[in-house]
Design a protein. Sequence first.
Length: 262
Amino acid sequence: MALKEKGWPEAGDLVIATVRSITHYGAYVLLDEYEKEGLLHISEISSSWIRNVRDFVREGQKVVLKVLRVDEEKGHVDLSLRRVSRSERREKLLAWKRDKKAESLLRSASEKLKVPLEEIYAKAGDPIEKELGLYKGLEKAAREGAEVLLGLSVPKDMAAVLAEIAKEKIKMPMVRVKGILELQCTKPNGVTIIREALLSAQQVEKPEGTMVNVYVVATPKYRVEVLAENYKDAEMIARKAAETAIKNITKAGGQGNFEREK
């Protein structure tokens, strides 16, 4: 949840809620992002017949609900579980977890800099949120460095610390690039030559966190698989690994070629 207090959700919004109590007619929940209470009526829990509400929800459970109606004067929020699709639930939970992660990173920066959290939000969180989205901005800083945040007018000390914390705490999504490397060598020690060429491909210089794997498909074909933070790096490393292997085997009297897999 953002540091700023939010007002009320709007009809149609998806919200994260914690089930607080269950009755024979439904469940009362706390809207985590708004700190408001809402009612999940039994008719909005499932399209099928409900014998026991606890067969569908239980106290303490986190659920994704859709807002049906909001009455601010009476303080009522009516909610639905049955109208939330699987994809909506998955996307909302992911967004919520990312928001919580981003908040945790800002809190860590506040503690490290010994600066009030409100100041971190005002000088860093707000501009990042406005331009990139808070989590996406911190993720980009983890990947590209503090310059990303400096470009949003985040103070230098905050940008440096946030980028450092983000790099340490955010597990970057990896992309995979594959290709077939075909190596042949008819010399008496051809097997050794091919093995050394494959080893040179696997040990090619690469950015930290990038992985290169080489394994047999069916002799003389070998698969080169690269895991990296982005496709640009993955493509570059795969090509570099293949070129290194082909160069080494050609130098030893063999031959080779590489074809990128789609």
